[in-house]
Design a protein around this ligand. Structure first.
Ligand SMILES: NC(=O)c1ccc[n+]([C@@H]2O[C@H](COP(=O)([O-])OP(=O)(O)OC[C@H]3O[C@@H](n4cnc5c(N)ncnc54)[C@H](O)[C@@H]3O)[C@@H](O)[C@H]2O)c1
Length: 324
């Protein structure tokens, strides 16, 4: 079985590729575990020294000829993670629509030309929600994005659902919480601080936090989001039915609670490296995102969140081999 991961040079995409290498199998069209014969990663850049078992292709999601070549008519699974992320899509309207919407449509059209409808997992976001929201969102709340990025994600959720309804793909869209702690370099996501305020202080570096301490975020760890992508892929089509979009579970935490947890784990010297540097643009974007969900459907389908924020930070420290 051939697998394509778009955005495979990115943070989650590459971790997903590593997890698939370790696992070796994925559910095929009939739901039986089939061995993965090839994992292709598409990205405009690969900052890491990639595992030689992965086929890393540097190229653009909007390149239709390249997509046709990469999928080759016999790709069984597609994980679509390539994206101009929130801050980037807000800063460059044209680029956001070109990659996030036109690129996704090009990918879906290529998926449609495969011998069998591929399983297709799309990385959407809680940025799908915005406007007047209830304090806690259940699964029935209608998306009303207040950023271009959120609007692009919602458009692509609809495309995923419609291409599935037509039988062109077997699609599933996951609305991701903010993923923290992100290892390596920050990206242009407006939520980048949610990792920066943990990662940088632990590395001995001062981290400016652009939002106020009472700002809450909806968090999930990199490990749990990779598990969620694989679980979403392997669930049978019947489990999704007519509703192909899912709010992933997470944990609600204020930025202050995150810094307090860091203080408890790593001490004052580390936690005091967080500096409060308000940025009205970032605060505005982050304030438009919801931070509490009931996640009934996700729980029923077997998706799980981390135990709490302290666990997320401890897992990052263990994962990175950091001494505290
Ligand atoms: N990390 C989070 O907190 C979070 C939250 C919600 C949703 N998401 C979504 O999850 C996905 C993965 O996020 P991530 O944190 O790994 O982000 P990331 O920025 O690390 O990865 C995205 C990748 O897409 C690539 N890309 C951008 N334009 C491209 C193009 N034209 N062609 C090919 N590749 C292109 C980038 O180079 C990057 O490597 C994204 O779709 C993002 O919107 C992430």
């Amino acid at each position: 079985m051939k697998v394509l991961i778009t955005g495979g040079g990115g943070f989650i995409g590459y971790r997903l590729a590593q997890a698939l290498l370790k696992r070796g199998t994925l559910a095929d069209g009939e739901g039986k575990q089939a061995s993965i014969s090839q994992i292709t990663l598409l990205d405009i850049a690969f900052p890491m020294q990639a595992d030689p078992r992965l086929k890393c292709v540097t190229g653009d999601l909007t390149d239709k000829a390249l997509l046709a070549d990469l999928l080759g008519g016999d790709t069984g699974s597609v994980f679509h993670l390539a994206s101009i992320v929130s801050g980037g899509a807000e800063a460059d309207f044209d680029l956001g629509y070109k990659v996030n919407l036109d690129g996704t449509r090009a990918l879906l059209e290529t998926c449609r030309k495969q011998a069998r409808p591929p399983r297709y997992v799309f990385a959407s976001s809680v940025a799908a929600f915005g406007g007047d929201l209830p304090p806690v969102l259940d699964d029935s709340v209608t998306p009303n994005p207040q950023t271009s990025y959120g609007a692009q994600k919602v458009c692509c959720e609809y495309l995923t659902t419609d291409y599935s309804r037509k039988g062109f793909i077997d699609g599933r869209s996951l609305r991701l919480p903010t993923i923290s702690v992100r290892a390596g370099k920050p990206n242009l996501a407006a939520s980048s601080f949610a990792s920066g305020i943990i990662r940088e202080p632990l590395a001995g570096v001062v981290s400016p936090c652009p939002v106020n301490p009472e700002t809450s975020v909806w968090l999930l760890s990199p490990g749990k989001v990779v598990d969620a992508f694989i679980h979403a892929h392997d669930l049978p089509s019947s489990a999704w039915g007519l509703n192909r979009v899912l709010n992933l579970p997470g944990n609600t935490s204020s930025v202050k609670q995150m810094v307090d947890a860091l203080r408890k784990i790593a001490g004052d010297k580390v936690a005091d490296r967080v500096e409060w540097k308000p940025d009205a643009r970032i605060q505005g974007i982050v304030d438009s995102w919801p931070v509490r969900f009931t996640n009934e459907r996700a729980h029923k389908l077997g998706f799980v969140a981390d135990k709490d924020v302290e666990t997320i930070i401890r897992d990052y420290i263990t994962d990175q081999g950091i001494k505290v």
